[in-house]
Design a protein around this ligand. Sequence first.
Ligand SMILES: Nc1nc2c(ncn2[C@@H]2O[C@H](COP(=O)(O)OP(=O)(O)OP(=O)(O)O)[C@@H](O)[C@H]2O)c(=O)[nH]1
Ligand SMILES: [Mg+2]
Length: 279
Amino acid sequence: MVESTADHSAPTAPARAFRLGVAGPVGTGKTSLIALLCRELADDIEMGVVTNDIYTDEDAQILRAAGVLEVDRIRAVETGACPHTAIRDDVTPNLIAVEDLEADHGPLDLVLVESGGDNLTATFSPALVDAQIFVLDVAGGGDVARKGGPGIARADLLVVNKTDLAPYVGVDVERMLSDAADARDGGPVIGLSRHDRASVDALTDWVLRMTDAVRGGRHTPVDPGPMAPHSHADEDGNVVVHTHGPEGDHPHEQPRTRTTHTHPHELRHHPLAHERPGA
Ligand SMILES: Nc1nc2c(ncn2[C@@H]2O[C@H](COP(=O)(O)OP(=O)(O)OP(=O)(O)O)[C@@H](O)[C@H]2O)c(=O)[nH]1
Ligand SMILES: [Mg+2]
């Protein structure tokens, strides 16, 4: 019998592109950040993009119109429901979109997946992406970074965007960045403005290093954690309160104008095996 000498404890390099999620509240600059990355990197690495919008394919159209990538490398998923459902609970439409993209244009190095804009608690499932960026902006207020939440605290990278607007909205950027670093236990934080070359270089550098780590099998996806309980209005205007925690076994409660439901899923956490390039 031949004994295997393979090291089964080491993460294996995926035979596919690095899937990088981009999440964050509405309007913080997720599509703009993806456009920026395509402009900066598409000459050097093979890229694709999947966007998520609730009712439209507007973000995909914006990126196609901007000419940042060949149009067929930009695919849209219309979620038709609260955006986090498609990046966390049932990732199938997104996985199919990513796999189709790779089948049509592969081998790709990097596929960027933009979440529909949502609240502070939305995070990607590690079943969909290998790493994720959470995007805040200074226009949302200097206090937001301090408020924490799974994306702010534990995404692989936190971006505080539109720093060029800080003087106009009365935000102290240095303070916001240091609050963010505190909320993240020192995890990487980048203050970004598309008008600030050094910040663009810091972002592209992080993405290239992470691409290298994932493609080289030196990165294990980490789940930033379940969403906190939150509410949405459904199509009939009723308030729907729900959680997405691993403890998702709360009793279902369906009064006339208020519905509580849960989306159980496995919580995966491998902090020790997780390589995090610094900012
Ligand atoms: N001043 C300034 N504006 C920016 C910057 N980045 C993005 N924006 C603007 O912010 C607005 C929202 O940007 P988007 O990229 O559409 O934001 P988003 O997060 O994708 O929005 P949703 O997908 O609707 O949640 C646009 O008007 C952008 O031009 C920046 O660095 N500086
Ligand atoms: Mg967008």
